[in-house]
Design a protein around this ligand. Structure first.
Ligand SMILES: Nc1ncnc2c1ncn2[C@@H]1O[C@H](COP(=O)(O)OP(=O)(O)OP(=O)(O)O)[C@@H](O)[C@H]1O
Ligand SMILES: [Mg+2]
Length: 385
């Protein structure tokens, strides 16, 4: 894939809606979680109205002399191309998957698991600062609850120096055993009507017997566990796992899955209340999930577990049949009014370390299977309560 084929393609964006939360973005752009100074909108005159992404949950934050993630006024996400080799590698990956003349069924199939790619962007004032222009995966949500989960058994790529390998292993020695790591999340609390945020240190403190609590924290809204969202996530992740079983050409290191669900449950509207099962109703006692279950969350995904979950879905016990078809349906659901759709997105992001391969991506598959197992354990534990 030549660099020349990576073209500015803003034409494709004509139909994009403005992100609902956009007006508020500037207000939060002063200090990030780690106390790093961020720029306010007044400092971004040279960025043509682009501002730091307010709902970024992990990764490099935009700031003084810092590369990071921005939001364009048209609602898209701009990810600054990182210094070589990471940035060009990621750019090449996106342009390969979304190439207009792409005819590889495997890559075409992969497109639906990624944010849409709209080419590169740069501000007229700084034409040399290149950004990847991406669909904002959260844009159709009112109160997006977002979790960034790094996948795989190792976070370093085959070209990493010994020093880099050791640094990555030190950061989370359990990566090899657990196969995934929560890098950050924000969760909507329906009682206080605010978001709670968790940074990378939260995820790194999770071990084999508590990693389930991390997921529970993401799916709890202060009143109950959002079982509808857990089950919809299982379907989405299963689709991604199916893709990984179908391909032998790419290996993903230090790549993430971005989970998003609607924090404002549609069960709060009387019309759709009965169509979503989100555990106890709002008036019920708070369901304790995160700390009330024992250990034993480890284990591997089995065909039996998969078919059990699928059967439960097919039986319509948890949600309508229309929710079973992965992200096709959810992408089409832009702007829906919350009429029974367990609105969940699970997309692959962060491709700075994608390499050609000639075998299954066993590390990523291991992480996906474990992540699915933990999701399933979560739903099971809470069925008993
Ligand atoms: N397409 C997107 N839609 C919505 N949010 C996104 C999107 N891409 C990234 N983000 C937000 O930005 C965060 C960081 O993204 P990403 O992992 O791509 O960057 P990074 O980790 O800084 O990159 P790198 O590891 O290449 O330096 C994500 O956790 C997410 O919150
Ligand atoms: Mg990242």
């Amino acid at each position: 894939m030549s660099g020349a084929s990576v073209m500015e393609s803003t034409k494709a964006l004509g139909k994009l809606e403005l992100s609902p939360g956009l007006a508020a973005i500037g207000d939060s752009a002063s200090m990030n979680k780690s106390g790093q100074q961020l720029l306010g909108p007044q400092d971004h005159a040279h960025l043509n109205g682009c501002v730091p992404l307010s709902h970024q949950v992990a990764g490099h934050k935009y700031g003084v002399k810092k590369v990071g993630i921005l939001q364009h006024p048209d609602g898209t996400v701009l990810k600054q191309v990182q210094p070589p080799p990471r940035g060009p590698r990621e750019m090449q990956f996106y342009s390969m998957v979304f190439a207009e003349d792409c005819s590889d069924p495997c890559l075409l199939d992969l497109q639906k698991h990624l944010p849409k790619y709209y080419g590169t962007w740069s501000s007229p004032d700084s034409p040399n600062e290149l950004y990847l222009k991406l669909e904002d995966v959260t844009s159709r949500f009112n109160k997006p609850c977002i979790m960034d989960v790094k996948l795989g058994r190792r976070s370093y790529d085959p070209l990493a120096s010994q020093e880099k390998r050791e640094q990555q292993i030190r950061k989370y020695p359990l990566m090899e055993e657990i196969g995934f790591l929560i890098l950050g999340m924000r969760v909507y609390d329906v009682r206080s009507e605010t978001f709670n945020s968790y940074n990378q240190h939260y995820g790194r403190a999770l071990a084999q017997d508590t990693v389930k609590d991390g997921l529970a924290t993401f799916f709890e809204n202060g009143v109950c566990l959002r079982r509808d969202a857990v089950r919809a996530s299982i379907c989405r992740v299963q689709h991604i796992l199916n893709w990984f079983h179908s391909q032998h050409q790419l290996a993903f290191y230090a790549s993430s899955l971005l989970f998003v669900y609607e924090g404002l449950p549609s069960s709060f509207t009387s019309s759709s209340r009965s169509s979503l099962l989100i555990g106890p109703s709002v008036g019920d006692a708070v369901v304790k999930t995160a700390h009330s279950v024992g250990s034993g969350s480890a284990g591997s995904w089995t065909g039996k577990q998969a078919s059990r979950v699928q059967q439960q879905h097919r039986g319509g016990r948890f949600m309508g049949q229309q929710h079973l078809h992965g992200s096709h349906q959810s992408q089409e659901g832009r702007g829906h009014g919350g009429t029974g759709d367990a609105a969940v997105e699970v997309r692959m992001i962060d491709f700075a370390h994608v390499f050609p391969s000639d075998s299954l991506d066993h590390g990523y598959i291991y992480g996906l299977k474990h992540l699915l197992t933990v999701h399933i354990i979560l739903t099971r534990d809470n069925e008993l309560m």
